[in-house]
Design a protein around this ligand. Structure first.
Ligand code: HEC
Ligand code: HEC
Ligand code: HEC
Length: 134
């Protein structure tokens, strides 16, 4: 009898220690990835390699600007986000999400700002991100 109580106590302690936190754990940054136009959209440029590891010095919200810091991280082209594939400008523009020169959250905007500030930065030339198709 005592043994069963002890076992169930140990089990519930293990559940509290390991299972519950994992249910609430914040999402991790994925490994190196390729960013491309969503299925069904015609791409004119080569897909872009992106490394979270190379950006690990930054806060997640430097890019995931709508993230609450706890729940799922949404992709840039999620419904209601950068889902306009025609417009080159504006909050809904897919192109703008990655190139808007005045945005601190776009790839190009951030890299340009850092370049101006003479700080370590990433590429700003088209072909450095979109390798030329052969
Ligand atoms: C320099 C910009 C940048 C930083 C910093 C960054 N991410 Fe990302 N992350 C991206 C981009 C771009 C994508 C691809 C989005 C897409 O495919 O639409 C992405 C995708 C993701 C995804 C997959 C989302 C999906 O579409 O399923 C997760 C999860 C994620 N990031 C988590 C994180 C976490 C956690 C951090 C902080 C530790 C972080 N990211 C920091 C730019 C960044
Ligand atoms: C908020 C600022 C910021 C944003 C947004 C950002 N980057 Fe960067 N990126 C950096 C910084 C800083 C570095 C330099 C890191 C270093 O050298 O330590 C960098 C470096 C890079 C590099 C060079 C990595 C290497 O091999 O040395 C690439 C490629 C790159 N970024 C691609 C992207 C792409 C693609 C996006 C958008 C999806 C993006 N970055 C968004 C700040 C940013
Ligand atoms: C810092 C990296 C980076 C630089 C520099 C960059 N882009 Fe992009 N670009 C991206 C990312 C990320 C996407 C979204 C993924 C995709 O669609 O390939 C994108 C998407 C695009 C798209 C829409 C998708 C398509 O294939 O039609 C066009 C057009 C485009 N870029 C053109 C350019 C041009 C022109 C330049 C130079 C002025 C440029 N990009 C510079 C990262 C970059």
């Amino acid at each position: 009898m005592k043994k069963t109580i002890l076992i169930s106590l140990v089990c519930s302690a293990l559940v509290c220690a390991f299972v519950l936190p994992s249910l609430h754990a914040a999402p991790k940054a994925p490994a190196d990835m390729t960013i491309e136009m969503p299925k069904g959209q015609k791409a004119t440029k080569a897909p872009v390699a992106f490394s979270h590891a190379k950006h690990k010095a930054l806060d997640c919200k430097a890019c995931h600007h709508k993230w609450d810091g706890k729940g799922d991280v949404k992709g840039c082209s999620s419904a209601g986000c950068h889902e306009d594939y025609k417009a080159k400008k504006g909050d809904k523009s897919f192109y703008g999400a990655f190139h808007a020169a005045t945005s601190k959250t776009s790839c190009l905007g951030c890299h340009k700002d850092l370049k101006t500030a003479k700080k370590p930065t990433g590429p700003t030339a088209c072909t450095q991100c979109h390798p030329q198709k052969k």
